[in-house]
Design a protein around this ligand. Structure first.
Ligand code: PLP
Ligand code: COI
Length: 354
């Protein structure tokens, strides 16, 4: 694939690493390419970061035809920049695209786009502890008509943002509220796809939780409202006695890449990991009788985030005295060690940028 590069006339000043937050600052350029049902992908280009102009009838503005991905570029101690399991994101993006009737991107083209873009923007990868360059590939339907159908035109783009921690708590435990009113997704719907609509549907419950002092909600399944699913921006894991339980991939939760990586690290370290149904009643019992030892969420933005408090039907439960647990800390240290190049990558997960 040929990628035409037009560099920005002036480059922005790089931000202070201590004030990054999440997704507020953007780099100098963006990758963009267009798709038409007859032409396929065309006009792959890197251009100065800026607004995208859309027809007012553009599909994405009316029918939510949009998917996205999230991955990070990490600055290693030796100064080089590396990605973490980028092919996993590319494959998940194509699965999401299939669900939303958006076009597939050949894996090698998606990887070339990411690599070329990150290589050009790599000076934006911060080096302070816990910081990285968050990459946000996204695709949307862009037909200029109001008919409802699979799109004939689409746009794919990648933007990048230097980030610190996603939660204001950093690595300190977060407070999560179990949602028993709204649901996020159902089997047969779009729960397993990373599409904007899932997040739009989550906002009302998220707002209510925030007003009560919680970072995010923990969703229950949409049919029986009984089984634990995932949190707003991360998958969840619970250590009940010596079993680590995480909801199985049922079709309504996102198959997280951090989730998959945690499972591999835990199994290699000899832990018993079960991907299974976990009812809110079983979790409640484990909270009551003290068999719930640790709980954490995992995701690209959230990394590994200990859960220090769970609230269900206005009853508050403190987990592990509100402190980070041993297993949570081990996972955090192992994953971030590999991602930032401080530990040897025995899994073959890292992808250095030239
Ligand atoms: N679940 C949801 C709803 C998410 O938004 C994310 C973040 O991407 C995750 C789980 C974790 O996925 P990953 O580890 O691939 O970032
Ligand atoms: C990520 O972790 O990459 C996500 O996409 C979460 C996001 C909704 C902030």
């Amino acid at each position: 694939m040929e990628i035409k590069i037009t560099k920005a006339a002036t480059l922005k000043e790089k931000p202070d690493s201590s004030a990054l937050g999440f997704g507020k600052i953007f780099t100098d350029h963006m990758f963009i390419m267009d798709w038409n049902v007859d032409k396929g992908w065309y006009n792959a280009r890197i251009v100065p970061f800026g607004n995208i102009s859309l027809h007012p009838a553009s599909t994405v503005l009316h029918y939510g035809s949009e998917i996205f991905e999230g991955l990070k570029a990490y600055r290693r101690a030796d100064g080089k920049v590396q990605l973490f399991r980028p092919m996993e994101n590319i494959r998940r993006m194509n699965n999401s695209a299939e669900r939303l009737c958006l076009p597939q991107i050949p894996e090698e083209d998606a990887l070339q786009a990411l690599e070329t873009f990150v290589s050009l923007e790599q000076d934006w990868t911060p080096s302070a502890e816990g910081t990285s360059l968050y990459l946000r590939p996204f695709m949307f339907g862009n037909d200029e008509t109001l008919g409802v159908h699979a799109v004939h035109n689409a746009t794919f783009a990648i933007i990048a943002s230097p980030v610190g921690s996603y939660y204001k708590e950093g690595i300190n435990p977060v407070k999560i509220m179990i949602e028993d009113e709204d649901v996020r997704a159902v089997r047969g719907g779009t729960g397993y796809a990373k599409c904007g609509g899932n997040y739009a549907a989550s906002n009302r419950a998220g707002e209510r939780a925030e007003k009560k002092g919680y970072s995010q909600v923990l969703w229950l399944d949409g049919v029986e409202r009984k089984y634990i699913e995932e949190v707003g921006a991360m998958n969840v894991m619970f250590m009940i006695n010596d079993e680590i339980v995480t909801p199985m991939l049922s079709g309504s939760i996102l198959p997280g890449i951090t989730r998959k990586s945690c499972i591999e690290v835990l199994k290699k370290a000899g832990y018993k990991v079960s991907e299974r149904l976990l009812s809110v009643d079983e979790l409640g019992e484990a909270l009551e009788n003290g068999s719930l030892k640790e709980a954490w969420g995992c995701g690209t933005a959230a990394v590994v985030s200990p859960i220090g408090e769970l609230c269900y039907k206005d009853v508050k439960y403190t987990i592990n005295n509100g402190e980070i647990g041993k297993v949570t800390q081990m996972l955090y240290d192992t994953l971030t060690g590999i991602q930032w190049g401080k530990l040897q990558d025995t899994f073959g997960w890292t992808y250095p940028i030239k």
